[in-house]
Design a protein around this ligand. Structure first.
Ligand SMILES: Cc1cc2nc3c(=O)[nH]c(=O)nc-3n(C[C@H](O)[C@H](O)[C@H](O)COP(=O)(O)OP(=O)(O)OC[C@H]3O[C@@H](n4cnc5c(N)ncnc54)[C@H](O)[C@@H]3O)c2cc1C
Length: 397
């Protein structure tokens, strides 16, 4: 599909990102998958290219890029030519803004420059063995001890968990209030901060998704990010952008899988003709092309809205729900069209299928997205019937 929302400068930027991904990332992909982790050097090299935290102010070493389309280009090129487990966007655009938007001037000066060069790698730790979708169920506890918070608890499924130098940790600071959380920055080397297993996953093999443990970690007061006891609301504030970031990647991965499959079905023959010549194949390809293009129009619109500051949480939820479900359908069809080859890990489509499965689970599962969307159309079980009717009228208006 002809992309309407990019101009010449974005395309020039795309060329440089593509060659970076092709030369510096993709060649290491198989080794990283075997080792279960991306080299730290990948972040340093991305930093040299100016690809990390591009939004950050020049005084910290950033490029001051406010146009979200550049981040969209980065995500798309990583999906097409980089490595699905290279979580450059989680570092730059998901966790970085916690420091950029919530941090004090002193914190920004202390942390941002090294995040921009790639010397520091970032992670965010909300999920726990007993709390994933239900953020208000977080048990990790931080007690006020005068000049520091005493942090105790554990986190799991944390992306960049082994590589991370700074981890934004959501901890309970008000035991009486389910939403009484605060965000603390835990730094590599703090006493009592330990990493557990680098978890063995179905896909995203090169991504270091890990357990983290905090045993009486003394986190200095200067490492409180944002307002004390307002952590829950800070986390919610960043979720719309997080979901849009994900959606861009899920759709780009679907598009890349479509392209791979086009190559395969036009090459491979059965019963004396190309797989592409069976009506079933042509119709499946037509359906996928349609859904990807229609999805792309919505995502591009969300990007424009995000640039204007008007992207709503419900539209971000729709974007995430649609693209993650589509990605899984597309990967499944593409594996099917590859036949037995699609089941072999040496074929990229097999790994893409396995990578895709988590898209419907993390960053808010499909069920949670449906909850958000249902509430936005007035279907909120916590409200009275009369309120529901009013909501329906409002959403129809
Ligand atoms: C590869 C990977 C990377 C991750 N990276 C990070 C990270 O960097 N940082 C971080 O903090 N977390 C991370 N996570 C955790 C992720 O965000 C959670 O796994 C996700 O939010 C789901 O939580 P859960 O696993 O506890 O599932 P649960 O919340 O236990 O959900 C189990 C099932 O119940 C459904 N369910 C739950 N609540 C409802 C409801 N109200 N209505 C209907 N259905 C519901 C869910 O949709 C799901 O199908 C990662 C997870 C994975 C797998």
């Amino acid at each position: 599909m002809k992309r309407r929302i990019f101009d010449e400068e974005h395309e020039m930027f795309r060329d440089s990102v593509r060659s970076f991904m092709q030369n510096e990332i993709r060649p290491h992909s198989e080794r990283w998958e075997r080792e279960g982790i991306v080299d730290r050097e990948a972040f340093l090299k991305a930093g040299e290219m100016g690809f990390l935290l591009m939004w950050a102010d020049e005084k910290y070493g950033g490029a001051g890029v406010e146009d979200f389309r550049y981040e969209q280009v980065l995500i798309e090129e990583n999906a097409w030519h980089g490595d699905a487990g290279f979580f450059i966007t989680l570092h730059s655009r998901l966790v970085g803004p916690y420091i950029g938007e919530l941090g004090t001037e002193e914190q920004k000066q202390r942390w941002l420059p090294k995040c921009i060069t790639g010397e520091y790698i970032l992670a965010v730790a909300m999920s726990e063995p007993g709390a994933g979708s239900d953020v208000a169920g977080i048990r990790t506890r931080a007690e006020d001890r005068g000049d520091h918070y005493l942090l105790n608890g554990s986190k799991t499924y944390i992306s960049n968990g082994i590589n991370a130098d700074l981890v934004v940790v959501a901890a309970r600071t008000d035991p009486e209030n389910p939403y009484g959380l605060s965000l603390l920055v835990v730094e590599r080397g703090m006493e009592g901060f330990e990493r557990g297993r680098n978890l063995d996953k179905m896909g995203l093999k090169s991504q270091d998704t890990a357990e983290l443990f905090f045993n009486n970690v003394k986190v200095p007061k200067e490492n409180l990010l944002g307002e004390f006891n307002r952590g829950f609301y800070h986390l919610m504030h960043f979720l719309a952008e997080e979901r849009l970031l994900g959606s861009i990647g899920y759709l780009a991965a679907s598009d890349a899988a479509f392209s791979l499959t086009m190559d395969y079905v036009t090459e491979r023959k059965a019963f004396g003709k190309r797989i592409a010549d069976f009506q079933n194949t042509r119709f499946k390809m037509a359906d996928m092309r349609t859904e990807i293009d229609v999805g792309q129009a919505f995502i591009d619109q969300c990007v424009i809205e995000h640039n204007l500051g008007t992207l709503t949480p419900e539209n971000a939820a729709k974007a995430k729900l649609y693209t993650s479900e589509l990605e899984c359908r597309v990967m499944d069809e593409c594996v099917q069209l590859h036949g037995g080859a699609g089941y072999m890990t040496e074929y990229p489509i097999c790994r893409m299928f396995l990578n895709a499965r988590v898209s419907r689970i993390y960053a808010g599962s499909s069920e949670i997205m449906r909850e958000i969307i249902a509430r936005s159309v007035g279907l909120d079980p916590r409200r009275k019937d009369s309120d529901k009717r009013a909501g329906r009228r409002a959403s129809a208006a």
